[in-house]
Design a protein around this ligand. Sequence first.
Ligand code: CA
Ligand code: CA
Length: 149
Amino acid sequence: MKKIRHVRRPFRKYPLTANCTGRAEFENTVFGRHNGDGTIDSILVADSVYRHFSFVEVDGDGAFDSYEFTTGMDVNSESFRDDGMDGQYDLRIGPGGAMAVSVGSRWHEVVHEDRQSYVELDGKLVPVQLFPVVRIIENEKDESAKGGE
Ligand SMILES: [Ca+2]
Ligand SMILES: [Ca+2]
């Protein structure tokens, strides 16, 4: 099995601080512009113990498409991503390089072989797409073979 390479973006350690009014301020809020159209497509907010939430807008309709909660910055921290904003996490990254996909409200560990990710479902390794959204790739060859049915 290949080693999973998980790259965390550089992150500045600005703690949550209290200003002169005694109110907390979230200094570490990052607005991301990734697709080059000039609009904000992600917002990341971190707290004083480096937990962070990021909300992502992918398709340009102004509505968030997913969010991710990360429990911290250390190697044992975990990230949980909810695709579709339906309150059900779909992807877990961590601790360490481990990854898991939620299928039927259960976490299934992801294994990587030959640049493809798989999860074991009903005793079979099934290919799965992890980014930008989790998608179980089932019977893809069968579907294309059906052709003009
Ligand atoms: Ca959207
Ligand atoms: Ca979801």
